[in-house]
Design a protein around this ligand. Structure first.
Ligand SMILES: *Cc1c(COP(=O)(O)O)cnc(C)c1O
Length: 398
């Protein structure tokens, strides 16, 4: 290993708080769907910075839009209006068919905001109760204490979220379980449309329809977390469109800015009145640079017909992984939609992910036993063949 790369890693271990076991690589630059490390070794990227870099690396038009915005103005705060934020909000309202947008700096903060909307909506009707959420087992919504409270993974919660502050957890895709747990203290139901970190589990249509009905009947809010599965990843602009079920609050992040940190929670008409001036805020959220990124992302999605492309190549990826599953008995299951797919093995996949990295292929896991495929959305069929070839070498060797 080249000294420079090793030196950076050593210095990182010295100065960065150790909350990650990082892979031993330093990426210096990217081109399309490839990344290059300090030694100019080339990697095919099927992780996209955890489902973020949808447009691939070095998209000229995207980079230019950011440079232009940097030269104009980067930040002003939310005490004033800024044109890129207004443009981006209008675009998102139009694209989602919802009513209002609040910009955040991350997915976690989008979740925090969404939870506040649902609590306040219930509180305005009856301030006498201590409200709670129903969330799903094996869900992931972020690492702040609020987002963790609805994240169905005790490993992430323990030591950080006292038990009484945790949501009530139900089994994903089990409507009876949700119904059994609803009380007059429930102020909202939150779920991912496709569970990401939990292992790539798409929701069932009947499940989402059932959640919608429960929330309508009880006049509580339904929150869909599309931070990972939204923005074209599943072969429609938003994953819930594939189901024909609309949330009251939608959360977006990851590919929303394609690398510039930005998230959003989006409210429908009835949820738009819960928060009033003074109820919520952020210094950076929706600043001109972040929103210039959002505007360019939506514009490029349209110009480059990204969603149609995902439908096509998503099917290719599906067929190739399905064929792999048929040929290797260590592959237990294959799940997913569009370019968000997972292969579940009969063993932990950490070794496969590591071996792939050595062979110049970036894969990420979702849970211990599932390989997650979330490449840049501009991926082509030839890249899928290249990935399958490397992966098959590794799996055949097991
Ligand atoms: C990544 C993710 C989050 C958290 O987003 P951050 O930007 O890391 O704060 C929340 N929900 C889902 C479904 C995610 O995939």
């Amino acid at each position: 290993m080249n000294n420079t790369m090793q030196t950076v890693m050593d210095r990182g271990e010295e100065s960065l708080l150790k909350t990650y076991n990082r892979f031993p690589v330093v990426f210096e630059r990217g081109e399309g769907v490839y990344l290059y490390d300090s030694n100019e070794k080339k990697y095919l990227d099927f992780g996209a910075g955890i489902a973020v870099f949808a447009l691939g690396y070095g998209n000229e038009s995207y980079n230019q839009a950011l440079k232009d915005q940097i030269d104009r103005i980067i930040h002003t705060s939310n005490l004033y209006y800024n044109r890129p934020a207004v443009d981006a909000a209008e675009t998102i309202v139009k694209s989602t068919g919802m009513a209002k947008v609040f910009f955040t700096n991350s997915g976690t903060e989008a979740i925090e905001g969404a939870l506040k909307v649902a609590r306040k909506y219930a509180w305005l009707k009856d301030p006498s109760k201590d409200y709670e959420f129903i969330a799903m087992n094996h869900s992931f919504h972020g690492r702040s204490q609020g987002a963790l409270s609805v994240t169905g993974n005790a490993h992430y919660q323990d030591g950080f979220v006292p038990v009484p502050l945790r949501a009530v957890f139900a089994d994903f895709n089990n409507l009876d379980d949700v119904k059994a747990k609803i009380t007059d203290k429930t102020c909202g139901i939150i779920c991912e449309v496709v569970q990401g970190e939990g292992g790539i589990y798409p929701a069932d249509k009947e499940f989402l329809e059932g959640l919608r009905k429960i929330c309508d009947d009880k006049d509580i809010l339904l929150i869909f977390d599309e931070i990972q599965c939204g923005m074209g990843r599943c072969g429609s602009m938003y994953a819930h469109e594939l189901y024909g079920v609309k949330p009251d609050v939608l959360t977006l992040a990851k590919a929303l800015g394609c690398g510039i940190p930005v998230g959003a929670f989006v409210t429908n008409e009835k949820a738009s009145h819960a928060l009033v001036p003074g109820d919520h805020g952020t210094t950076y959220g929706g600043n001109p640079l972040a929103c210039a990124a959002v505007n360019e992302v939506y514009s490029l999605f349209e110009k480059e017909r990204i969603v149609d492309h995902v439908k096509e190549v998503g099917q290719v990826l599906f067929d190739r992984l399905e064929s792999l599953k048929d040929r290797y008995s260590c592959i237990k299951d294959h799940r997913g939609l569009g370019l968000m797919q997972g292969l579940e093995l009969d063993r932990p996949v950490a070794g496969i992910v590591k071996a792939a990295l050595e062979k110049g292929l970036i894969l990420i896991s979702a849970g211990a036993n599932t390989i997650r495929f979330v490449p840049p959305l501009i991926i082509q069929e030839e890249h899928i063949e290249e990935m399958i070839k490397i992966l098959e070498e590794i799996i055949a060797d097991l």
